[in-house]
Design a protein around this ligand. Structure first.
Ligand code: ARG
Length: 583
């Protein structure tokens, strides 16, 4: 079904006529006093049409046919056109939305998206640095799929690199096999750190580690076996965490998967003159095609602009992260024919992605694939410094999730002392994991945020537990009503109260907010929408009795409640968050 916004835009487009490429859009109004929707099209077209914006707005309104939907549109300010939706329109729209499996969310023109996210590293525990990539990427994948796109979620595991020389050597010399059985990643981490220390004080150790790396790279059977075992052990750990979090990948192709194409990638860049030799290494320099300020291959210091090339092959002949990303994108384009590839990593990799995107454009100028680096800031502790454990170590994701569930369990026990243990532990998982995900998705992704257990687990404010609790309270109404089916799906709904209409308007926005999230990759828009919806429900519930109301208000309000619960559950699900039936 179409959203109210889409219907208004279509009518407005007809009235405006040729807009000369200016998109004719309608926004939901920020301030209810000015109506429900608003367009600034008259202001945008005033200049090219050499007209007074208010006069142009008047002209557009004269041609605009919306009398079946709205009161007469009004002009405000410098030339805004304001729309106030008629109560009868809202009632019909709500009835359609309540009966719609998609809850009023239109499907958008199909696109093929590859989303590269999470991408942890082998032989290292997943830490908080991977949290945001994992949650953001998963939310974008879920939203993309629900909108009707074809999504390939791809976990680009870090399973290759110089660290494996050290790891192979340490595996052969200092591995504790028993410890490896008990805590594989912990043991791998321990031997890596120990080996690093040994190499620092003893150059012979460093040489030995390098020799192991060369052996691994040239296909030595023993080292390949060790390397594969490290990947397997790490993948078991990753899979455990993804299962807990309800996250799935369509493909998991680690960096090493692309090794067979690295040489050809570098050769192609050399042949096309995109890369050239510099001090034995092969590098990509500025081609002068864009202004200096926008050039990713230049940096400015006190003496002016100077080269900041991207390495694609080190002096020792080894490839690097950039080479791998170039081979990877070529593979993805061949294999998945994507319209867009989305990379979700922390903000420190911005230069890498700018350079690598620019190299791809030079290498394959005919490729139309859209590339997006969706980057995010850091997670800080309550002291404002990078989030660490009390002893100063990086926080392991698994430990963090355990603590979330434990804390949620305590909160639930306080509220429901009589709840059976088994039920509580199930609910604690939903609340604890949901709280962590939501707290991570809510802030503007490009900022840092402060990790606070108290805030994220609070039942008040813009938190997952608040939204889950709104859902639970609605479900409780239905339990109290004896789970009577929502009769109003058959008998016509009717509303009279301002709080009812306010809630209907909010529900109608679900289908308007969702498609806009992928414009700038911001699931936080969905968080804020759900919070506003829960608040609108709260106001409605304060103002309007539900079970005690007379018919037809009772059925209509039950339908309103049921639909709100469904939108809350769906919206949270798109963020990767579940809802309990009780809490
Ligand atoms: N493994 C990398 C890290 O932990 C992230 C990889 C992101 N994806 C990519 N195609 N570069 O930082």
């Amino acid at each position: 079904m179409q959203t109210i916004q889409q219907i208004l835009e279509a009518r407005l487009r007809a009235a405006v006529g040729d807009s000369g490429g200016v998109p004719v859009t309608v926004q939901s109004a920020q301030d209810a006093r000015f109506g429900d929707y608003q367009s600034n099209i008259a202001m945008q077209l005033a200049k090219p049409r050499r007209a007074n914006p208010r006069a142009l707005a008047q002209e557009i309104i004269a041609k605009l046919d919306v009398s079946d939907l709205c009161e007469t549109p009004e002009i405000a300010g410098a030339g805004f056109i304001n729309f106030r939706i008629k109560p009868s329109t809202l009632i019909t729209h709500f009835a359609a939305l309540a009966a719609d499996e998609r809850l009023g969310v239109p499907t958008v023109p199909l696109r093929r998206l590859v989303i590269d996210f999470s991408s942890p590293n082998v032989a290292k525990p997943m830490h908080v640095g991977h949290i945001r990539s994992t949650f953001l990427g998963d939310a974008l994948a879920r939203i993309g799929r629900f909108l009707g796109h074809t999504v390939v979620s791809d976990n680009h595991i870090g399973d290759w690199g110089t660290q494996f020389g050290m790891l192979c050597f340490a595996w052969k010399t200092i591995l504790n096999k028993d410890a490896l059985v008990v805590d594989p990643i912990g043991e791998l981490e321990r031997i890596y750190k120990a080996q690093n220390e040994r190499c620092k004080s003893d150059p012979a150790q460093l040489d030995a580690a390098r020799a192991e790396l060369v052996k691994l790279q040239s296909g030595d059977k023993e080292n390949l076996g060790i390397w594969r075992e490290m990947i397997r052990l790490s993948q078991v750990q990753f899979d455990t965490i993804y299962a807990r979090l309800g996250i799935r990948f369509d493909v998991t192709l680690g960096e090493s998967f692309y090794n067979p194409w690295l040489k050809d990638t570098v050769t192609a860049l050399m042949e096309k003159g995109i890369a050239r030799e510099s001090d034995g290494a092969l590098c990509v320099f500025s081609d002068g095609s864009v202004p200096e300020k926008e050039d990713s291959f230049l940096i400015k210091d006190e003496n002016g602009w100077k080269d900041s090339p991207a390495l694609v092959q080190k002096a020792d002949g080894a490839s690097n992260y950039t080479t791998t990303d170039l081979a990877t994108i070529a593979y993805r384009v061949r294999e998945f024919s994507p319209d867009e590839i989305i990379y979700v990593t922390d903000g420190r990799q911005q230069l890498h992605f700018r350079q690598f995107f620019a190299i791809w454009r030079r290498w394959q100028p005919a490729s139309a694939v859209k590339l997006a680096h969706v980057w995010f800031g850091s997670i800080l502790g309550e002291d404002g410094k990078p989030f660490k454990t009390r002893s100063g170590d990086t926080v392991k994701l698994a430990d963090l999730l355990d603590e979330a569930v434990e804390r949620a369990s305590k909160v639930i026990a306080e509220k429901n002392p009589d709840m059976p243990e088994a039920e509580r532990s199930e609910i604690a998982k939903i609340i604890g994991l949901g709280a962590v995900k939501y707290a991570d998705l809510l802030p503007n992704r490009q900022g840092d945020y402060v990790f606070s257990w108290e805030k994220m687990l609070s039942f008040q404010g813009n938190t997952a537990p608040y939204l889950q609790n709104a859902y639970v309270r609605i479900r409780a109404i239905f339990r109290k009503a004896g789970n009577s089916p929502v009769t109003s799906h058959e008998s016509p709904v009717t509303f009279t109260e301002p709080a009812e209409f306010a809630l209907v308007k909010k529900l109608a926005q679900f289908g308007e907010v969702l498609p806009s999230i992928l414009d700038d990759y911001r699931p936080n828009l969905l968080c804020n929408y759900l919070f506003e919806l829960a608040n609108a429900y709260h106001s409605f519930y304060e103002a309007c009795p539900v079970l005690k109301a007379e018919e037809p208000a009772r059925s209509s309000r039950l339908a309103l409640s049921d639909t709100t619960a469904r939108v809350l559950a769906k919206g949270l699900d798109l963020l990767g968050i579940g809802v309990p039936e009780r809490m």
